[in-house]
Ligand binder design. Structure first.
Ligand code: HEM
Ligand code: HEM
Length: 193
């Protein structure tokens, strides 16, 4: 058994939650961008003969966006749960752990990318909650802004990791690690199917 059931469940739940979080960011920056949508609201209302201040159009556009953005927070709670789940696994899981030094150069690179992703998951979760709870934590505007920009910066790690990871496992499965994806589904390696 390469990956225990608990570990596989963690992996796939994390994939769903992180892809969901990336989806909410994508929507916020595209179809639900308040800049674009407030322009549309203003133009359409002007066409209909009703004038509206830009600030009011922005309020409406943000209100529409916020219905979707609630999912960033809901999935944010789910990610916090998955972080705790991963910490528990770290202590109790028996999933196969290869000694770093025994790995090929390529595998070392892959492993390092996982360490970077784990660190990013930790950081983005903590910073997300700090920004979310800034009033409760009595943080200044300036500090909150700085943490928010670090939160947004770490998002780029996922933008690079997720496509490379998916492409990587597909290529590995097709080339010389047949069944690597099924291993993450059924837990078995090629030798003990
Ligand atoms: C947001 C999406 C995803 C994230 C954050 C993610 C994260 C991770 C992490 C952290 C590991 C390392 C586990 C460890 O050994 O400690 C891993 C391994 C793996 N993931 Fe993902 N994953 C994602 C999506 C996917 C998808 C869509 C697939 C399948 C098409 C996939 C297939 C695999 C496989 C096969 C492994 C084992 C690879 C190996 O042995 O090196 N992952 N993933
Ligand atoms: C994979 C995980 C995550 C990613 C990729 C991510 C990404 C982002 C990005 C890119 C932004 C900036 C959006 C913008 O201003 O255009 C943002 C804002 C934010 N995120 Fe996250 N985030 C993640 C997890 C979390 C978590 C766990 C929480 C905790 C609840 C959280 C709470 C927030 C909050 C409160 C904001 C500020 C929203 C605002 O200014 O209205 N995020 N996130």
């Amino acid at each position: 058994m390469k990956y225990t059931l608990g570990f596989r469940i963690w992996h796939w739940l994390s994939a769903i939650v992180i892809l969901g979080l990336l989806g909410t960011v994508f929507l916020r920056k595209t179809f639900l961008s308040y800049r674009t949508n407030s322009e549309i609201i203003m133009t359409k209302l002007t066409d209909m003969g009703a004038d509206i201040f830009k600030e009011d159009a922005v309020i409406i556009a943000k209100a529409i966006r916020n219905i979707m953005w609630e999912w960033h927070l809901i999935l944010g709670y789910a990610l916090a749960f998955l972080v705790l789940y991963r910490v528990v696994l770290f202590f109790i899981d028996r999933s196969k752990r290869d000694a770093f030094s025994s790995l090929t150069l390529h595998k070392k690179g892959v492993k390092i990318s996982y360490y970077i992703v784990y660190a990013t998951i930790f950081f983005i979760t903590i910073s997300g909650f700090v920004v979310y709870l800034h009033e409760y934590l009595e943080l200044s505007q300036e500090t909150t802004k700085q943490i928010k920009s670090l939160h947004e910066l770490s998002y780029n790690v996922f933008l690079v990791f997720v496509p490379l990871h998916i492409l990587g496992v597909f290529i590995a499965d097709a080339k010389d690690e047949h069944g690597i994806v099924s291993t993450m589904i059924n837990g078995k390696t090629k030798d003990n199917f």
